[in-house]
Design a protein around this ligand. Structure first.
Ligand SMILES: [Zn+2]
Length: 240
């Protein structure tokens, strides 16, 4: 009976007293006299008012999305949808050719690996036959072939360096008459844009020029480097 008493018309909630802001504790306080309940969320207070005090507060917001649909908003929405569709279509345009390309590459790789397998099998067959016919036959391994290629390149570069140094020795003979170091020659070759040389690749060139009698070792410099003289450039080396 006492519970019925709290729901007397006099205690009925008056919409005009509904709080529009939180109190100093950041809470929503029930405006009904003697209730004193507080809530962290406005919806909780509304639920409380409706349930306990029979306040009859509308729980849906007054503004419905339909009311917000102004022509401006509709235009923005349409533009956004169009932009999103444009981006999606651009991505599709980008992705599809790449997928197609990837498919082709994968197909090509499959063919190549099948070809490689067939070639390896044919090579093994040929080698087996050769071994039977010629006991001295030794197959050339891939490693030997590769180092052979490297050796050929090293040789070609050495020949180019040798020619570059000879060119500098001849062009700057006057300047080099009183001796020169390997580093000086490296610098001169580099300045003329002929070929790159490290001290170690240049050393081989110097050795060859000494062996061929074009230069001779003169003395060891203070820094431990070697100083060379041109043979035939002055009287000093002509005896060699
Ligand atoms: Zn209350």
């Amino acid at each position: 009976m006492s519970k019925e008493a709290t729901k007397t018309p006099s205690a009925k909630f008056d919409l005009r007293t509904f709080p529009t802001t939180v109190n100093e504790d950041d809470l929503w306080a029930c405006p009904v006299a003697d209730c004193g309940k507080t809530f962290a969320l406005k919806q909780s207070l509304t639920r409380h008012l409706n349930g306990t005090h029979d306040a009859g507060i509308p729980t849906k917001p007054h503004r419905t999305p339909k009311q917000l649909e102004t022509p401006e908003r509709a235009a923005i929405k349409a533009a956004t949808a169009e932009a999103v569709a444009g981006v999606r279509s651009t991505l599709t345009d980008m992705v599809m050719p790449l997928r197609e390309q990837l498919r082709l590459i994968e197909g090509r790789l499959e063919i190549l690996s099948a070809e490689a397998a067939a070639l390896r099998a044919a090579k093994a067959d040929a080698e087996a036959v050769l071994r039977r016919l010629d006991p001295t036959f030794a197959p050339v391994t891939a490693a030997k072939g590769a180092s052979g290629g490297n050796a050929a390149r090293t040789e070609r570069q050495h020949t180019e360096r040798l020619a570059a140094v000879r060119m500098v020795l001849s062009a700057d003979a006057d300047e080099l008459r009183n001796g020169f170091t390997t580093n000086l020659l490296i610098e001169k070759v580099k300045k003329r844009g002929l070929i790159g040389m490290t001290h170690s690749t240049a050393e081989r060139v110097m050795d060859e020029l000494r062996e061929s009698g074009e230069i001779r070792l003169d003395r060891v410099t203070r820094g431990g480097g070697q100083s060379y003289m041109l043979i035939g450039a002055n009287g000093n080396g002509s005896h060699a």
